[in-house]
Design a protein around this ligand. Structure first.
Ligand code: 4AD
Ligand code: MG
Length: 433
């Protein structure tokens, strides 16, 4: 019996016979030699089949191969003759599980609509494979970082009775006899309750925004990690975010060098994130800078896609934009004690034009101030009764932030569009497959 292994483990079996289970990613023949590009989910390798040396069943199978045919193969592992870091397999036996019908993807360049309609198949493409591997590393590194920093995972609900991030992007539905329910836009408010039990908490799961904008950066369902910390103020909030982002980039550089190479990602840009300190400017400074670069932004509007590009011309490291006008930020952000028109909030902007990755702030911890902010925003204080009450029973200064997983994956992988970073993207114009 030969040992069954995985492509990623081939270096452990140099010179030995092994078997593997997977798919034909590509193949070509030249005379009596056939070359199969084989993949098994853990990686890709070349299989060399000399027809003369195979038993009749295997030789017959080789003649029948099509793209995506599922196969089990057996052979001897050896170093790739021209690529010293890679291994290949000298085929001894091959068994077909199913001969794939003519595969729709791969023969020519396809447009995004075709690829998205075939997302169930497109996921198998090399670039899509590499992006999901990086996403997986980031997910695990987020858990690793937060566990190391003493956070407890608290699972916030998805069905909620109040909005978190304003009402313009809410998905609503009728919740039995109890009135309107909403799909969560962020678990933040619930985490604010949980810090009084655990000190530092996080959640990590899908959130929903009925975004009417068709951009490269918006999904209607995306994954967010919200973190919330008692006794942490605005400046320390940004320090923790910077430490986390550096940790995540280092994890990807350590674990995904093959994937980053497939994605042709500029490694120097990723290394800069790990090594260099992030920049920090106030919203007012950002407005002044952007206007001097030709933007029409004013103090009362959020940055647009063009502003994000301009900012990237100025900075090649991530930039915190802090102290925003309260008018354009969420009701829960704490006022800046030195200027009540501003809030102690920050957005972390990625370099290279990837835009906002993290939104965070210190939270208003005073009952009356929070109530008056809610009144200004025409929010129904009754729906938020529980949230307001947190300011009555041992209120403390506290801060938190939310990172959009797909924005992060887009940045790390350099993907063209956010839709490539989530297995099955949901956008205003698409929710199939
Ligand atoms: O800035 P946002 O709206 O902040 C919050 O929801 C806070 N409650 C988070 C917190 O303090 N706990 O969203 C956070 C991040 C953004 O910076 C962005 O990365 C991502 O979520 N995001 C989106 N990603 C994809 N598609 C969308 N429509 C997104 N909207 C926000
Ligand atoms: Mg934001």
């Amino acid at each position: 019996m030969t040992i069954t292994t995985l492509v990623k483990d081939l270096p452990l079996h140099d010179g030995k016979d092994v078997s593997l289970n997977g798919w034909v990613n590509n193949f070509r023949s030249s005379g009596k030699l056939s070359f199969i590009e084989f993949r098994d989910g853990t990686g890709y390798m070349q299989v060399v089949a000399a027809l003369d040396g195979l038993d009749a069943n295997s030789a017959d199978a080789i003649r029948k191969l099509t793209l995506e045919t599922s196969v089990s193969i057996e052979g001897k592992v050896s170093k790739h003759p021209r690529r010293p870091a890679e291994y290949e397999l000298q085929l001894k036996q091959i068994r077909i599980h199913q001969i794939a019908e003519e595969y729709p993807i791969g023969k020519k360049d396809h447009g995004p609509d075709f690829l998205l309609a075939n997302r169930h198949l497109w996921l198998r493409s090399k670039k899509q494979w590499a992006i999901q591997k990086v996403r997986n590393t980031l997910i695990n590194a987020i858990y690793e970082f937060l566990n190391g920093e003493g956070f407890t995972k608290i699972d916030a609900p998805i069905i909620t009775s109040n909005a978190c991030e304003g009402t313009t992007t809410l998905f609503e539905f009728q919740y039995f006899d109890l009135g309107k329910g909403y799909l969560s836009q962020s678990g933040q408010l619930y985490l604010e309750a949980a810090i009084y039990s655990h000190g530092r908490c996080f959640d990590f799961g899908p959130v929903f925004r009925a975004e009417k904008s068709k951009t490269k950066k918006h999904l209607t369902e995306f994954w967010m990690m919200d973190a919330e910390m008692a006794y942490v103020e605005h400046a320390q909030n940004m320090e923790i975010q910077e430490k986390m982002v550096k940790f995540l980039f280092k994890a990807v550089l350590d674990k995904n060098s093959a994937e980053l190479k497939m994605l042709e990602r500029d490694l120097a840009a990723l290394e800069r994130v790990v090594k260099e300190p992030f920049a920090k400017i106030t919203h007012a400074q950002a407005v002044e800078l952007l206007r001097s670069m030709g933007s029409e932004i004013t103090a009362e509007i959020d940055l647009g896609a063009n502003d994000e590009r301009l900012l990237a011309q100025k900075y090649d490291v991530p930039v915190f934009i802090e102290k925003w006008p309260s008018k354009i930020k969420a009701f829960y952000m704490k006022r800046d004690p030195s200027d009540p028109n501003l809030v102690l909030g920050s957005d972390l902007m990625a370099p290279e034009g990837f835009g906002e990755i993290i939104g965070g702030s210190q939270r208003e911890d005073d009952y009356q101030l929070l109530l008056s902010r809610m009144e200004q925003e025409n929010l129904n204080a009754l729906e938020f009764k529980w949230y307001l009450e947190l300011r009555k029973y041992g209120s403390v200064p506290h801060s938190g932030f939310g990172i959009g997983l797909e924005r992060l994956v887009t940045w790390v992988t350099g993907a063209e569009h956010i839709r490539e970073t989530i297995p099955f993207p949901r956008m205003i114009t698409r929710f199939y497959p």
